[in-house]
Design a protein around this ligand. Structure first.
Ligand code: DQA
Length: 149
């Protein structure tokens, strides 16, 4: 059966392309999602992709869709730095997680240096613009193919 990956985008990422392009680049979220879908298909994976500006909705999406997914690719955006609830939801579903950020969060304000997700993730990719997603998906699929039974 084809494996599926849950892709989650957190708050304000619906504005990619218009939002602070000097920090987040010019690609729209739709363009990023199309690229991810193509990459996944080439590797024999399907994607379930969602964006939400609401913490509770992201928790609901994790609870609803992670159980039928082999792994989770997530850019928690601002909730990276604040959300115990997202961390707990990801722990609850017990799926391999890869955390991605367009910007290098460690080169930015000190409040962005802490992630509530990083230490429960397989790994984190930060700072490569839209390519962070592609690199993160590739790393997650590699992990799922080689490490997860
Ligand atoms: C972000 C980094 C976060 O600090 C910020 O709140 C975002 C986007 C990134 O992709 O670089 O909204 O997750």
């Amino acid at each position: 059966m084809q494996k599926s990956v849950l892709v989650l985008h957190g708050p304000n990422l619906n504005l990619l392309g218009q939002r602070e392009p000097q920090t987040y680049g010019g690609a729209s979220l739709d363009a990023i999602n199309r690229g991810l879908t193509d990459e996944a298909a080439k590797a024999g994976y399907s994607l379930q992709i969602f964006q939400s500006n609401h913490e509770g909705e992201l928790v609901d999406l994790i609870q609803r869709h992670a159980p039928s997914s082999a792994g989770v690719l997530i850019n928690p955006a601002a909730f990276t730095h604040t959300s115990v609830a997202l961390r707990d939801a990801l722990l609850a579903v017990a799926r391999p997680v890869v955390e991605v950020h367009l910007s290098n969060i460690y080169r930015r304000e000190p409040f962005r240096h802490h992630s509530y997700i990083a230490d429960i993730a397989v790994g984190q990719i930060s700072g490569f613009g839209p390519d962070s997603y592609r690199l993160g998906l590739s790393a997650l699929m590699h992990h799922l193919n080689t490490v997860t039974p």
